[in-house]
Design a protein around this ligand. Sequence first.
Ligand SMILES: CC(C)(COP(=O)(O)OP(=O)(O)OC[C@H]1O[C@@H](n2cnc3c(N)ncnc32)[C@H](O)[C@@H]1OP(=O)(O)O)[C@@H](O)C(=O)NCCC(=O)NCCS
Length: 284
Amino acid sequence: MTTDDIEAALAVRAPAFDGLPDDPPAPPPEARPRAADWWQTRTRHLIETGEGACVVAEDDREDDGGAGGVIGFATSLQRDDLWCLATFAVLPDRHGAGIGRALLDAVDPGGRAMLSSSVHPGAMRTYHRRGFRLTPMMRLEGTLDRRGLPAVTGVREGSPADLDLLDAVDRRVRGAARRIDHRLMLDAGHRLLVVDSGTRAGYASIDGDALEVLAATDEDTAADLMRTVLAEGPGSAWVPHVSGANSWAVAVGLDAGLLPRTTGYLATRGMAPPVPYVHHGSLL
Ligand SMILES: CC(C)(COP(=O)(O)OP(=O)(O)OC[C@H]1O[C@@H](n2cnc3c(N)ncnc32)[C@H](O)[C@@H]1OP(=O)(O)O)[C@@H](O)C(=O)NCCC(=O)NCCS
């Protein structure tokens, strides 16, 4: 896959993910105005950094829905010994013909791995067959009750000067640093919050008002970071990608008036679901 394929991949991604069964509707577009642009920026980053394979499946048939020959694709990233699948999709009228399996055969190096699985039956079967374990995942959403957000101390604004701290927390929580992805998020204008008080450390990356990823040395620090993000955000809040292993996040959300909704699965292979952690949907 090259950066020239990104537009064609986007044309596969949209119909593939549209109307997945039991997937709660995503927040309205105005709540995530940069979603498509940000996906393209991330995909370009994955292709250009080249650490982890990104491939397309092409068909030279004329009647393939105008996707420019691309009928499926998989993008991925390798960070230290951890492999993550970022996006994986095949045009709906080509499902079940082995294209997905061939795409994953091309990108999956085996070993320690993590991905955020949709509820599509083909996706869940594919990951199961490749040795992944599925942990249910939730999205917390609703109208914030700020009385459930106690005052927090020790959280400060972060900057590129904190990247060593982020590396240390990532290695501890997920066994792999990913400095290039943090740089990408900072360059894209994401806000960084950090806790760095010797024994306690953690970070949260926020895109607009939405929490993108959070990791910490302990649950109290993680909860303080999440409470800060919620307290400074709008009255209508949502926190995606909370795996069932992270009940501390569900508790913070419930205290603040949010409700959990099941949205898919965190799939892990050769590792337990990271805690305390709110993973990124595609950079994991
Ligand atoms: C997931 C996806 C990429 C798989 O692509 P695909 O080309 O259909 O995959 P394959 O043909 O290799 O099938 C993989 C497995 O899923 C099964 N499968 C595919 N579609 C299925 C369906 N609708 N119902 C049940 N099983 C299905 C296949 O039988 C196969 O299982 P097997 O290994 O036991 O034979 C594709 O279904 C898709 O684009 N889904 C929507 C987007 C999505 O959810 N992407 C994953 C994001 S995490």
